[in-house]
Design a protein around this ligand. Structure first.
Ligand code: FAD
Length: 448
């Protein structure tokens, strides 16, 4: 039973991409015992609710926010670990660690993202080819599930539950705390290098090479005029650590992507008419103002910070992102099919980015392996959906997989065909929790 001290607030839950909207009973406990009571009948845990899709809320059970649990519990530089509560944000932990001369080896691109969200999504950063996914650096976690109680999960204890919880989309229960690996800080500032690249094929190649040589690397490409090949131009962005002195080691920041802001009505700014100029300006500024600039590590790690208006530029209809891991060796087959689709559908593509991945294929539904991670963002409309439905088929044909935490419209059928361990994941969750007490709008769409 939910204790009277915990308010249940009926909220409009809207995913960041705006493709999933529902009402949700939100609970925000701030005492450990209230967390257990909040989850007495299951539900779903959420962190900052910054997932593009409806992963962190449900309208069939309770949505329980863990953001009040944001303490650093222990720091052991000799062991190279930090213990934290799962609701702590990356930005808060960054501020603590940088002062100790340490950092997390893998970080996704926004400071308000929670550690619970990083574990449950098994997220990646801009250095996958070197450091892999977030889950590879989780030494231990504490999980609570009403049927199993508190479980300490590590390689030596409940290893199967650890594996199922990392990338498990919150379906194994609530992560209360975690012991994470930390590494000595490579430098508080990075030297940011930006180079022009003339084709997407070259960008794939150069991102792959540079990811092994640079500390962090990604590619950006302009596809706003799909049929006009001469407008297709990209940027290779690389960062090298530097030991140059930092004036301030702990930048001040605040979450500018709060879920409440998603309720405001927004006009659509991004369109076929405006996007070419937006992209041309971005490219010009990147090449001319930051070609070889010294920037704070915070700004490089979290590039979306300060650019939040991007997410609102798509208006009320929102956007759809497809992030695809193209296996090594399949890039040219993928790209030739991609160019044909571009000719046929002429989609309006707002943003295209490229990262290089290296390592073994992930277990269950984790988005990891060796290849090129290729991301496109499109305004949500019928033409984009048709284009992406055709891309789903290409992904299946070439053995690529879409990141399920990013794509707000991919179907259970496509995920089943892209992820060989889809059935194994579902069976493992069913075995762990036969009553299936945890679920989200995402898990419902994907029939998990
Ligand atoms: C600007 C921006 C940039 C991003 N960049 C990247 C990137 O570079 N790489 C990348 O991989 N991703 C990236 N993401 C996606 C983001 O890392 C993931 O969606 C992450 O899961 C969001 O964490 P959150 O705290 O907002 O979690 P939520 O959205 O609240 O929840 C996400 C999932 O985690 C589960 N969860 C959260 N907390 C807990 C808990 N305590 N116990 C159990 N389950 C829990 C939820 O149930 C849900 O399934 C980005 C997102 C944004 C908005």
């Amino acid at each position: 039973m939910i204790p009277p001290q915990i308010a249940i607030v009926l909220v409009n839950a809207i995913s960041l991409d705006r493709q999933c909207r529902t009402s949700a009973d939100l609970l925000q406990p701030d005492r450990a015992r209230h967390v257990e009571q909040s989850f007495a009948d299951g539900g779903i845990a959420c962190g900052a609710r910054l997932s593009y899709v409806g992963a962190g809320f449900t309208n069939t059970g309770k949505t329980v926010s863990m953001t009040a649990f944001n303490r650093i519990l222990a720091f052991d530089p000799d062991a190279g670990t930090v213990d934290v509560e799962a609701g702590i944000s990356l930005g808060k932990l960054f501020g603590f660690l940088i002062e100790q001369g340490y950092e997390l080896p893998v970080q996704p691109g926004y400071p308000a993202i929670s550690i619970g969200g990083c574990i449950a999504g098994n997220v990646h950063g801009k250095n996958h080819a070197r450091e892999g996914v977030f889950g590879a650096h989780v030494r231990e976690l504490t999980l609570f599930h009403p049927s199993h109680g508190h479980m300490t999960c590590s390689e030596s204890s409940n290893a199967d539950v650890l594996e199922l919880t990392i990338g498990g989309l919150g379906l194994t229960g609530v992560i209360l705390s975690a012991r994470l690996e930390v590494v000595p800080l490579g430098g508080a500032y990075v030297r940011n290098r930006v180079d022009a690249v003339d084709s997407l094929e070259n960008l794939f190649e150069r991102v792959r090479q540079s990811s092994l040589e640079s500390d962090m690397c990604y590619g950006w490409f302009d596809l706003t005029r799909p049929k006009n090949k001469s407008s297709h131009r990209g940027l290779l962005v690389r960062a090298e650590r530097t030991q140059e002195p930092a004036e301030s080691t702990q930048p001040r920041w605040q979450n500018r992507l709060k879920t409440s802001a998603r309720e405001w009505r927004r006009r659509q700014i991004f369109s076929r008419i405006t996007l070419p100029s937006v992209n041309a300006l971005y490219r010009y500024k990147s090449l001319h103002t930051s070609q070889s600039q010294l920037i704070h590590l915070f700004d490089f790690l979290y590039p979306a910070y300060g650019k939040e208006s991007y997410f609102y530029g798509f208006g009320d209809a929102g956007f759809i992102e497809q992030q695809t891991l193209i296996p090594i060796g399949a890039e040219s087959e993928y790209l030739s099919a991609f160019w044909s689709l571009l000719e046929r559908h002429e989609p309006c593509i707002a943003l295209t980015t490229v990262k290089s991945f290296a390592g073994a294929d992930g277990s269950y539904l984790s988005y990891t392996g060796t290849g090129t991670s290729f991301t496109v963002d499109l305004p949500a409309n019928a033409n984009s959906r048709e284009f992406l439905a055709s891309l789903d088929q290409i992904n299946i044909d070439v053995g690529a997989r879409s990141a399920i935490l990013k794509d707000g419209r991919i179907s259970a059928g496509s995920v089943r065909r892209q992820y060989p361990e889809y059935g194994k994941f579902k069976a493992a969750i069913d075995a762990f929790d036969p009553k299936r007490q945890f679920g989200s709008e995402l898990s419902r769409r994907l029939e998990l």
